[in-house]
Design a protein around this ligand. Sequence first.
Ligand SMILES: [Zn+2]
Length: 269
Amino acid sequence: MYILHNDNETTDIYFLTPEQGFYKLEYRKGEAATFFKQIFERLEPLAASQLVIDNNFYDDLPEEMWNGDEITRSLSESGKKLDRMNLLPAPFPLEEYLTPRDLRHLKKLYGLGGLSYGNLSARRDSESFWMSASGINKADMKTVGEDFLLISGYDPDKNAMKVSVPPNITPKRASVDAIEHWMIYKEHPEVGAIVHVHAWMDGIKATEINYPCGTIELAKTVAELVRISKEPSKAIIGLKNHGLTITGADLDDIFERIEGKIIPQVPMS
Ligand SMILES: [Zn+2]
């Protein structure tokens, strides 16, 4: 939060979001109670939300899937397509600030393959789906267990996603949005693919609170909006101050419906 004292009468507070945007609240002298109430209302749901970012890995992936399948190949193609559509912006232009050597060091330190926003997944069967892993370059997805993960369930007791991987691999972590995708696939058998990008479209329904990525609250709110949409398998849901979650019968169906309609900058309020 950046605080800007304009003069003795007014102060602006800017809330910066990880999606390269911001929104602001204005303070006027003598209105402290309303002002702090507004700040509380903005922050409380975010601070109280619960992250589901734990992963339980099982090296039980059937051997015929170790090198991927038709679905991982279509995910790989779609990742390239998102890149061509300029929909995988890095959260911050690090390469403009770091030397190539420092950037390599940073990537190694945090196990990052590339920095790109967004994620995509496609159903494998009624119980599982393939999804892009966290912190990878989605324009260049190749390896099962590293770039693609088979998400095979959610364990409410451990509050963790179940991930099936090949043996002898150090798996990458699942995307923080795996819980949201899992909820949607579970509830809607006709949904075959989901794409999440940090961009916008006109005339869509959107969440009212900007819950952080990877929280149960965001997952539930998006799942709810998918549920009440006319066709849950063709839903385009806005995530306030953040981006879009789009469902489809398959990945091609999603791209056909969004091409030419995407607005790069997410509106902030
Ligand atoms: Zn996101």
